[in-house]
Design a protein around this ligand. Structure first.
Ligand code: ASP
Ligand code: MG
Length: 411
């Protein structure tokens, strides 16, 4: 009799009907003879509504109080799901973070898990109960409530899988797996049976929103296989796991895009040591993450143009800092562009194949799509393009790397 950890996201718990449906699924699994631990998110939209409430009171809510507030979403859903399971005649018990000693550090709104004490969960399981655990929340050494960042229930589930010694973490959501591209853009997008941790990490950070990035980092570190499946549709889902031989043959596994970036350009700054530091140090001090950076030096070597991207939510703050610093440096102009997007190809096989980036650039250029910036890693190539070309660009790349067809991509 093994332990099964299942996580249900907010869209799977969006109404009482859905909660009852999930209760049925969980009970079906229990009746197969497994010990079942269910990790839940807040009901769909709840976390956003709670955040809105705080924002109506203050522009900069105290992070500690914010965590007390937003963690309530999960408290509602564990209670309702436990009740719904009991209605089906099966014993169930809800658990909040403090009850299972889910200890985190004290970085409110983005805390990291330090430890979980599974004694109470095991006791419940041994007594034949289904354990229903609130995702997303934790508690510090000083008994303050914390949360693990948006989408953090995924990480709760992966961490529990690891400490309970369960074989696999099943994540139930509104999509039936990880796709080669956004199916709403590419009608022939294909669900991947398997994807490596590294590829999934790139996908998650480059725009695919299926799993929280941290949950994938955690899964990789502790070697927890994660199965992403649909709550409502039958199917085998996508297994996120260690890289294996069959994966290596796929040169490109997927295309992602991210509209959530903006570009800032400084023109004509003097080309001397310390200029980049003058711009990027204050940005870092303000906790603004800079993604892509390019710098070009003019032919006479006296001036440089500097462009970089930040997320949309940091754009205004970043621009204010850059204007101030740019003036000090004597920049000839400072430009901002929010109508950009980052389009990326991802694949573990890139490590051992040359010419992938060139093929990407060629495909974009054939459609007249101008590439404004480029960045690469071992297993991805990203290009900044005009936002209006996202759909075209995604389709073109999906086609040129044969992602829509059955079998592995052939280059
Ligand atoms: N309810 C939280 C959120 O909306 C955590 C989660 O859903 O995983 O971000
Ligand atoms: Mg989620």
């Amino acid at each position: 009799m093994g332990i099964v950890v299942q996580k249900y996201g907010g869209t799977s718990l969006g109404s009482l009907e859905k909660i009852k449906y999930v209760a049925n699924r969980v009970v079906d699994r229990y009746r197969l003879g497994d010990k079942v631990v269910v990790v839940v998110s807040a009901m769909a939209g709840q976390t956003d509504s709670l955040i809105d409430l705080a924002k109506d009171i203050t522009k900069s809510p105290d992070p500690r109080e914010m965590d007390v507030l937003v963690s309530t979403g999960e408290q509602v859903s564990v209670a309702l799901l436990a009740m719904a399971i009991k209605e089906l005649g099966v014993p169930a018990r809800s658990f909040l973070a403090h009850q299972i000693g889910l200890k985190t550090d004290s970085s409110h709104t983005k805390a990291r898990i330090l430890d979980i004490d599974v004694r109470l969960i095991n006791k419940a399981l041994d007594a034949g109960e289904i354990a229903v655990v609130a995702g997303f929340q934790g508690v510090t050494e000083d008994k303050d409530i914390t949360t693990l960042g948006r989408g953090g229930s995924d990480t709760s589930a992966v961490a529990l899988t690891s400490v309970l010694g369960a074989d696999i973490c099943e994540i139930y959501t509104d999509v039936d797996g990880v796709y080669t591209a956004d199916p709403s853009i590419c009608s022939n997008a294909r669900r991947l049976d398997k994807i490596s941790y590294d590829e999934m990490l790139e996908m998650a950070s480059l725009g695919a929103k299926v799993l929280q990035i941290r949950s994938v980092e955690f899964a990789k570190k502790y070697n927890v296989p994660v199965l992403v499946k649909s709550t409502f549709k039958e199917g085998t889902g996508t297994l996120v796991t260690k890289e294996d031989v069959t994966m290596e043959s796929a040169v490109v596994s997927g295309v992602t895009y991210d509209k959530n970036e903006a570009k800032i350009t400084l023109l004509g700054v003097p080309d001397r040591p310390g200029v980049a530091a003058t711009i990027f140090t204050p940005l870092a001090e303000e906790n603004i993450n800079v993604d892509m950076i390019i710098q070009n030096i003019s032919a006479d070597g006296k001036y440089a143009d500097l462009s970089f991207t930040v997320t949309m939510s940091d754009y205004e703050r970043a621009m204010a800092i850059v204007k101030k610093k740019g003036e000090l440096l004597g920049a000839s102009d400072i430009l901002g562009d929010i109508k950009i997007a980052k389009i990326s190809i991802i694949g573990a096989g890139m490590r051992s194949h040359a010419g992938i980036a060139a093929k990407m650039f060629g495909a974009l250029s054939k459609e007249g799509i101008n590439i404004q910036m480029i960045s690469t890693s071992e297993i991805k190539v990203s290009c900044v393009i005009d936002e209006k070309y996202i759909e075209l660009g995604t389709r073109v790349l999906h086609d040129v790397f044969n992602l829509g067809k059955q079998g592995d991509a052939i280059v």
